[in-house]
Design a protein around this ligand. Structure first.
Ligand SMILES: Nc1ncnc2c1ncn2[C@@H]1O[C@H](COP(=O)(O)OP(=O)(O)OP(=O)(O)O)[C@@H](O)[C@H]1O
Length: 259
């Protein structure tokens, strides 16, 4: 695991305890609890509207929980959000990129905002460009990039400050099969030294990349374990079978308000 930041050594990189989030009278998350160990790559699965993005937004301090607590890298997301933000990298579902900026200028800007100090800043930008395969487009405007390269820029901004924990919300959505494999490889490589939690609807991706799977359904955690353990637990054959077992019949429209 990376020790770039002066983090308090934590047994777990992520501890989520009884997390609940309501939007008006709608319960999007209902007492969700799980832990992630340092260096683990965890796949976060669930049908549309299950509560994956909501969980990720809380873990990255973009949104407050209604009840429950979450700690990232040993710090509370509510009480110690500045410490959490230093140690977490986040690729949101829709990456907010500045279209008119050149890739290099954008990464320089993010590095400054993230406190990557000179003289190491340029070297760090080069490292991130190398790692995310952006060298061919560094002098292009972001508006000119394909979806796959935009995702790479999104990943680059998420790792530029050497976070201990990386949270990626559907990093491969909308990519072609080649791009999916390339981004997956980048995630695997990054995961060798970071804790990663990422959501996806592409089940093969989970099997290829993740150490562990967390499944969320209607705002509740319904499964947590390795693929083998989850298959054995329900007598399923493959992750698709596991997923259907825990989430079959769910639609976002079927969700009810708090009773
Ligand atoms: N700002 C909001 N106001 C009201 N309801 C919301 C808001 N954000 C999310 N929701 C609802 O909360 C539920 C969980 O949404 P969330 O985006 O966390 O799901 P998800 O698992 O990430 O779904 P997807 O796979 O479609 O991205 C959904 O029913 C969604 O409509």
């Amino acid at each position: 695991m990376s020790t770039d930041q002066s983090a308090i050594p934590a047994e777990y990189s992520i501890v989520v305890d009884g997390l609940t989030k309501t939007y008006g009278d709608f319960k999007a998350l209902d007492r969700v609890s799980f832990e992630v160990q340092p260096g683990e790559i965890v796949g976060f699965l669930g049908p549309n509207g299950a509560g994956k993005s909501t969980t990720m937004k809380i873990l990255t301090c973009f949104m407050a929980a209604t009840e429950g607590t979450a700690k990232v890298a040993g710090y509370d997301v509510h009480a110690e959000s500045a410490e959490v933000r230093k140690r977490v990298g986040y690729l949101p579902e829709n990456v907010p990129l500045y279209d008119e900026m050149l890739v290099w200028d954008y990464l320089k800007f993010i590095a400054e905002v993230r406190g990557v100090a000179k003289p190491a800043r340029e070297e760090r930008i080069e490292e991130v460009i190398e790692r995310t395969g952006l060298h061919n487009v560094v002098h292009k405007e972001i508006s000119e990039l394909s979806k796959g390269y935009r995702q790479r820029v999104g990943l680059a901004q998420a790792i530029i400050h050497k976070p201990e924990v990386l949270i990626l919300d559907e990093p491969t959505t909308g990519l072609d099969p080649n791009q999916i494999i390339e981004i997956r490889d980048v995630i695997s490589e990054i995961g060798e030294e970071k804790t990663v939690i990422f959501s996806t609807h592409i089940l093969q991706e989970i099997a290829a990349v993740c150490d562990r799977i967390v499944i969320i359904n209607r705002g509740q955690l319904v499964a947590d374990g390795t693929l083998d353990a989850l298959q054995d637990a329900v007598g399923a054959d493959g992750l698709e079978d596991v997923f259907r077992h825990y989430t079959a019949g769910e639609t976002e429209e079927g969700r009810s308000a708090i009773s």
